[in-house]
Design a protein around this ligand. Structure first.
Ligand code: AMP
Length: 420
């Protein structure tokens, strides 16, 4: 134990568990790479204003949860609380929408920061893999993203997740609904903060988790009943496309999500084994965001899946990921000559792609074999002076315990063939 601990609301990823996180990131990324999405990486911090404008000043994320700070030079920055605003900023800055085909399809993976009240599944530092398709209004694109997220979760072996789907309308119909909702909210018994929110961003009141608020919302008008014909047709097509892909979803007319930039298609992936932090991922269409941050009109759609919660969901379902063996071969030299010989063999094996490790430090046979065991290696290669004098090493099968003498010059080929 050192004097220091990981900051509140954060945790370290340590082996062997950390391998699960890598596997989850990889499983989410694979279908994206396979569908025309290119990898993008943006800085961990951005101008505070980008998130204020992009995510929305009245959202909890911006008003309460942002790690904002001023640099020595007086620039106001914030650790990124989400990925979409940064990715769009970067795409616009590089003119990706002008030089390439539309939509510009990008995927990312990284750390995000929100000053939230920590609890299981809710951290101040967490990790997401996300995807954005920028510059096209096409229901097939919304459907594609939902289908790819579903595919990612299914290849991981997740089963007990549900996809909630809604449409938030567009700049035609949303204002009409907004006004109707405001009228309704003004008649409720709400605290001052919530009434203020109802004036600034009434849709977000629908997302209020408090029982006292929720129980008053039973008769709230639903956006579904206010959608204009274009939004209705668009949404219907998204629904048809994902249905045709055999991806099950539930219509959730109250789904709004905590970010301001969403329009039309909105969705969330929830897992029923996670308690209150049940959203494992979410996303939707954000047709107005580009203009909100000073760009041209670029209708876009995207999602972000939480890696931490996906790992929790896998644990909740008892899914054991098939992780590649950390070490397949563990070399145990006894004496200086054996160290030189086996170290060279380990290097050779590694070059061939075999996961191999070596007993470092002067350890006796017992201690070294204990480490070999702990490493999870399938085979140990043990050699002492007498073995080498006979031109062999001892190959021990760690599962059966069987030990065979193999020629020094044959050991690499033998291991390669045994490990397939
Ligand atoms: P959001 O940007 O809020 O839609 O979040 C997308 C996904 O990121 C969520 O579904 C979660 O899986 C994950 N996520 C968001 N906030 C946190 C947090 N504080 N701790 C852990 N995961 C989070």
């Amino acid at each position: 134990m050192s004097t220091f601990q990981a900051p509140k609301g954060t945790y370290d990823l340590l082996p062997p568990d950390s391998a699960k996180y890598l596997a989850v990131r990889e499983a989410i990324a694979a279908p994206l790479r396979n569908s025309g999405y290119g990898y993008i990486e943006t800085p961990g911090f951005e101008s505070v204003e980008l998130f204020a404008r992009g995510v929305g000043e009245s959202t909890d994320i911006v008003s309460k949860e942002m790690y904002a700070f001023e640099t020595k030079g007086g620039t106001k920055l914030a650790l990124r609380p989400e990925g979409t605003a940064s990715v769009l900023r970067a795409a616009l800055e590089a003119n990706l929408h002008k030089v390439g085909n539309l939509p510009v399809k990008l995927w990312y993976s990284g750390s995000y920061y929100r000053y939230e009240r920590p609890q299981k599944g809710r951290y101040r530092h967490f990790s997401q893999v996300g995807a954005e398709a920028i510059g096209a209004e096409d229901p097939a694109l919304d459907a594609e993203l939902i289908i790819l997220a579903d595919q990612a979760y299914r290849t991981l072996g997740l089963r007990n997740f549900r996809i909630l789907l809604n449409s938030l309308g567009d700049k035609e119909c949303r204002p009409v609904y907004r006004a109707a909702l405001q009228d309704f909210l003004r008649g409720l018994d709400l605290d001052e903060d919530t009434l203020r929110r109802a004036e600034i961003n009434p849709l977000r009141v629908l997302d209020d988790k408090r029982e006292s608020v929720q129980k008053q919302l039973g008769d709230a008008p639903l956006l579904r009943d206010y959608l204009c014909d274009a939004c209705k047709a668009y949404h219907e097509e998204v629904r048809e496309l994902i249905t045709a892909a055999s991806v099950a979803f539930e219509d959730d007319p109250k789904l709004v999500r905590g970010l301001d930039y969403y329009t039309r298609t909105t969705f969330e992936f929830v897992h029923d084994g996670l308690g209150s932090q049940s959203a494992v991922g979410g996303g939707g269409r954000y047709d107005g965001l580009s203009e909100m941050i000073g760009g041209p009109a670029l209708p876009s759609v995207g999602w972000a899946l939480g890696v931490d919660r996906t790992v929790l969901a896998l644990e909740a379902e008892g899914v054991e990921l098939e992780l590649p063996a950390a070490t397949s071969v563990y070399a145990v030299p006894l004496g200086d000559e054996a160290r030189r010989v086996l170290f060279a063999k380990v290097t050779e094996l590694r070059k061939l792609g075999v996961a191999a490790d070596f007993s470092y430090g002067a350890k006796g046979l017992k201690g070294a074999m204990k480490n070999a065991n702990r490493s999870g290696a399938r085979y140990a290669v043990v050699a002492g002076e007498r073995d080498l004098a006979e031109g062999v090493v001892q190959l021990k099968d760690m599962v059966s315990g069987e030990q065979t003498a193999i020629g020094v010059n044959e050991i690499v080929a033998e291991l390669e063939s045994r490990l397939g």
